[in-house]
Ligand binder design. Structure first.
Ligand code: NAD
Ligand code: MG
Length: 380
């Protein structure tokens, strides 16, 4: 197998650093040819010294100049810089691990340039799943999941006939408030919400795991990635985070994928799958883990799942509104301006006020996103 040339967008974040580790572990198979981040100069400099990419970008212009001084070679900048990296001739695959919506345009540019896309940024498929998947089909490129649940489903579906599939079952850790009573939700603090029981991730997704909005986003992500109605995408709470998701087939049999909760597993599969290359990750010791448990999510405590189902069923621009309103709500919660429970209210009110547009082109999606951000500010 000749090495795959990877462009890594969001190189200094939680997924970005895990991807660097996968590349360092499999130097004969994975070569990083481009990397970008927003403002982490020190993180970029360190990664550049290790991987010697052909091109680098930083969206923040001042930080780009600062990095240029330090490495004594040109640094691309702005949103344009991300698109230039995503379309660079050497690239085979573009891994998008930018938090928020800034990954969408470079992802579309990569597809149109004939690159395979590895998607960590679920916002891309939530906002524009229909568009992204149809563009990928048109340009004959693959859309590969990095999100652990979707990677699990992708692995379980390999070589299967879509008509044999009954439903997809996403596992959720349940987050830190699985056993907190609804009455106590009002008093949840930021520090409590940032303590995830099983995964170590960026701040936004950690809060989303506490509200279960992360699982809601993943329901919509699965709907597009696997071209399946949202009614056939279910969620089960599995606090140990060892079973990463399951597929139930028409005959009642289920397939699951298991591994320790370490994002290097799905990242490696997105980059070099279906090959099963040995690596330096510690083995998953099931006997030591001992017990795997499953329970239904509490839909009353976590209205996020119901809202995601609605967004996925109506489709059009509503999922983009769901995503944008949640981003605003999380930002206000982090700033201490709203309570934990207000996150749900903010998203629901914004969704209720929206008139969805069907089969939206990119500009309609971006317009709905911007509208939702303004609208959400007044919702609580
Ligand atoms: P993070 O906050 O740790 O890192 C985000 C990265 O994106 C940083 O490198 C940052 O510089 C970069 N970035 C942010 N805005 C940018 C912009 N405008 N232009 C260029 N770069 C920008 O986030 P993370 O936890 O690594 O998550 C990244 C994405 O992956 C999110 O969409 C998240 O939902 C998804 N994801 C993460 C995990 C996980 O375990 N962390 C698991 C599944 C999916
Ligand atoms: Mg996930």
């Amino acid at each position: 197998m000749k090495p795959k040339n990877i462009v890594l967008l969001g190189a200094t974040g939680s997924i970005g650093v895990s991807t660097q580790k996968v590349a360092a572990d499999l130097p004969d198979y994975v070569r990083i040819v481009g990397m970008a981040s927003r403002e982490n100069v020190a993180g970029m400099e360190k990664a550049i010294q290790q991987f010697h990419p052909k091109a680098v970008a930083m969206t923040d212009r001042d930080k780009a100049r600062e990095l240029e001084q330090r490495i004594q070679s040109p640094v691309l900048t702005g949103e344009k810089g991300l698109v230039e990296l995503a379309t660079m001739p050497e690239a085979d695959i573009v891994l998008v691990a930018i938090v928020g919506t800034a990954g969408l345009e470079p992802a579309l540019a990569a597809i149109r340039a004939g690159k395979d896309l590895a998607v960590a940024s679920k916002e891309i498929l939530v906002m524009a799943g229909e568009l992204v998947m149809s563009e990928a089909k048109k340009h004959g490129v693959k859309v590969l999941p990095v999100d652990s649940e979707h990677s699990a489903i992708f692995q379980c579906l390999e070589g299967r006939n879509p008509t044999d599939v009954k439903r997809l079952i996403l596992t959720a850790s349940g987050g830190p408030f699985r056993q907190t009573s609804r009455e106590d939700f009002k008093h949840i603090t930021l520090a409590q919400a940032l303590k995830h029981p099983s995964w170590n991730m960026g701040q936004k997704i950690t809060i989303d795991s506490a509200t279960l909005f992360n699982k809601g986003l993943e329901m919509i992500e699965a709907r597009w990635l696997f071209d399946i109605e949202i009614d056939r995408v279910d969620v089960v709470v599995h606090p140990q985070s060892i079973v990463h998701s399951m597929v139930e087939f028409q005959d009642g049999s289920m397939l699951a994928q298991l591994s320790a909760p370490d994002m290097r597993h799905p990242i490696q599969y997105a980059l070099v799958g279906p090959k099963r290359l040995p690596n330096s990750m510690p083995p998953t010791d099931l006997a030591k883990i001992g017990t795997l448990t499953f329970e239904n999510p509490d839909q009353d405590k976590f209205p996020s799942l119901r809202l995601a189902h609605l967004a996925g069923r109506i489709g059009g621009t509503l999922p983009a509104v769901f995503n944008a309103a949640n981003e605003v709500a999380v930002a206000r919660f982090v700033e201490g301006k709203i309570r934990f429970t207000d996150i749900f209210t903010m998203v629901e009110k914004t969704m209720n006020a929206h008139r969805p547009v069907n089969q939206p082109p990119l500009d309609a999606i971006l317009e709905a996103d911007a509208w939702a951000r303004r609208e959400a500010e007044h919702a609580v």
